[in-house]
Design a protein around this ligand. Structure first.
Ligand SMILES: NC(=O)c1ccc[n+]([C@@H]2O[C@H](COP(=O)([O-])OP(=O)(O)OC[C@H]3O[C@@H](n4cnc5c(N)ncnc54)[C@H](O)[C@@H]3O)[C@@H](O)[C@H]2O)c1
Length: 274
């Protein structure tokens, strides 16, 4: 029997990349999945976001593990839509135990232009959107009265600044990824008496469409000195999504029963690199 048998997990940004990997990994350990993704474009992002087809593929991959998945097209910027997805998902799957606030965008590279909106979009999706995810899900966990685990995907950019060619997008990304650490520290306290744990994970570069795309490639060619500053200590340029999933599987399982309020780097030594 899997470590997460009988549990239900909600994952935002589940159409592809790390979110999809987490859906598959948790399903392999016995969890049913509520998969949420925007499935449409945000104007300041220079690469395509997840699609309806991607989200359907995530459902199919979960079902391959004989687990159930229900998918919702919802934007984490829209609290009412998230609440509807949570209510319908919980009605369908019966409960909620695990929340992975993973949805994100990277508008830190790309052609220079009218950038200000990139700051607002980053904050709206990756800070306010995470808060919405907490607001929509934690009442269900509390009412259920059986504890729970919330993991927020931050970044190494939640520990230190990054420099790219777009000032406003970088500022928004870094501020949001630092900001969710604050949210985590508040909610780890608020929810502790309900045995609900809240932690952040901080991956270094991961091989997903967020960084493996034309805009990012152009950035690395045009700004080699800035790209150098994104190097890891370990000899590994980009992690695989599954590398992050493994850490999350530990965090959401009973093996991490007394782990809350932590900031877990999965960063190949990025943050200590001299
Ligand atoms: N890829 C990296 O190098 C890297 C490194 C550190 C942290 N992260 C973080 O990991 C998380 C997952 O990113 P990924 O690498 O899998 O990239 P990805 O682009 O493959 O996946 C992100 C998913 O989030 C969805 N999404 C975006 N905005 C949304 C919104 N408003 N509402 C709902 N869904 C939305 C996208 O459609 C997409 O499917 C993000 O929070 C990202 O900031 C990524």
């Amino acid at each position: 029997m899997g470590k997460l048998a009988g549990k239900v997990a909600l994952i935002t940004g589940a159409a592809r990349g790390q979110g999809r990997s987490h859906a598959e990994g948790l399903a392999a350990e016995g969890a049913d999945i509520i998969a949420v993704d925007i499935c449409r474009q945000i104007g300041t992002v220079a690469y395509p976001l997840g699609s309806s087809e991607d989200l359907a593929e995530t459902v199919r991959l979960v079902e391959k593990h004989d687990r159930r998945a229900v998918a919702f097209k919802a934007d984490v910027r829209d609290l009412a839509a998230l609440r509807r997805a949570v209510a319908e998902g919980v009605t369908e799957l019966g409960r909620l135990d695990i929340v992975i606030a993973n949805a994100g965008i990277m508008n830190t590279v790309g052609p220079a232009g009218d950038e200000d909106q990139a700051f607002y979009d980053s904050i709206d999706v990756m800070l306010t959107g995470v808060w919405h995810t907490l607001r929509a899900t934690t009442p269900v966990l509390k009412d259920q009265g059986q504890g729970g685990s919330v993991v927020i995907t931050s970044s190494t950019a939640g520990f230190r600044g990054i420099r790219t060619n777009l000032e406003a997008g970088s500022a928004g990304y870094v501020a949001a990824k630092h900001g969710v650490v604050g949210l985590m520290r508040v909610y780890a306290n608020i929810l502790a008496e309900h045995s609900i744990r809240v932690n952040t994970v901080h991956p270094t570069g991961v091989d997903t469409a967020m960084v493996s795309n034309e805009a990012f490639e152009a950035f690395t060619k045009d700004y080699p000195e800035l790209t150098q500053s994104l190097r890891n200590a370990l000899p590994k340029r980009l992690l695989e999504p599954a590398d992050v999933t493994k850490a999350i599987l530990w965090l959401v399982s009973d093996d991490a029963q007394y782990v809350t309020g932590t900031t877990l780097p999965i960063d190949a030594g990025f943050c200590v690199r001299t």
